[in-house]
Design a binder for this molecule. Structure first.
Ligand SMILES: [Zn+2]
Length: 189
C-alpha cells in the first residue's frame, strides 16, 4: 500500500458548503487534511462539478480555498450555537460569493456550472461561498448543527423529523460512537 495516497474525500454531506468544510476532518482531534495540495483541490472541484474551465488551481488558490473553508466552518459553528458569526468570516464569504462569475445551466441529465470569466477557480470557490450564504442565512439556518463527536464537530443540516440527528455522518462519526459503545458493553455470558 502506498503511503503517498491522499486521504479520500468525504462527499456524503448534501450541502455543498458543508461538504467543502469536511475536507478538513477531526479539527478537534487529529486533523486530516484532504486538500494537501492544489492537485487535490482540483480533484475535489471536479468530483463536485466545479472544475469549470479545466484550469489547474495554484498554491494561492489553495490558500484562498482553505481560508474560505475555515471561515465557513467558524461561521457555521456560530450559527449552530445560536451566536453571531465573526465579521471577518462573513466578509470573506460574501466577497467570494459576490464576485462569482459562474452560472448554472440546464442540461439533459441535470445542472452544470459554467463560467465565462478568466478566474474559474475563484468562481468555483464563489459557488461554494454562495452555498454557505444560502445554508447559513436561509431556511436551513435553524437546522444547522455541529456533530456531537467532540473530535469532529463537523457541520450538517438536521432534516430529521424529530430534529434529533447527532452525527455529521452515520457512516463515520455515528459508527465510531456505536463501536466505542459496543466495546464498553459487558461481554455476553
Ligand atoms: Zn462528525
Amino acid at each position: 500500500m502506498s503511503s503517498a495516497a491522499p486521504p479520500p474525500f468525504r462527499l456524503d454531506n448534501e450541502h455543498l458548503a458543508f461538504r467543502f468544510t469536511a475536507t478538513l476532518s477531526d479539527r478537534h482531534g487529529v486533523p486530516v487534511e484532504r486538500l494537501p495540495d492544489p492537485g487535490r483541490l482540483r480533484d475535489w472541484l471536479r468530483v463536485n462539478g466545479l472544475d469549470l474551465a479545466g484550469t489547474a488551481p495554484t498554491g494561492n488558490d489553495l490558500d484562498l480555498a482553505r481560508r474560505l473553508r475555515e471561515a465557513i466552518h467558524r461561521a457555521g459553528t456560530a450559527v449552530a450555537a445560536g451566536t453571531r458569526p465573526a465579521g471577518a468570516d462573513v466578509e470573506l464569504i460574501n466577497r467570494l460569493a459576490g464576485r462569482c462569475g459562474a452560472f448554472p445551466v440546464l442540461e439533459a441529465d441535470g445542472v452544470r456550472w459554467r463560467t465565462r470569466s478568466r478566474a474559474p477557480v475563484s468562481d468555483a470557490l464563489g459557488v461554494i461561498a454562495r452555498s454557505a450564504v444560502e445554508t447559513l442565512g436561509g431556511a436551513a439556518r435553524e437546522r444547522v448543527k455541529s456533530c456531537d463527536d467532540p473530535a469532529c464537530r463537523g457541520l450538517y443540516v438536521d432534516t430529521s423529523r424529530g430534529r434529533n440527528r447527532r452525527w455529521c455522518s452515520m457512516n463515520t462519526c455515528g459508527n465510531r460512537e456505536k463501536k466505542s459503545r459496543l466495546r464498553g458493553r459487558p461481554a455476553a455470558p
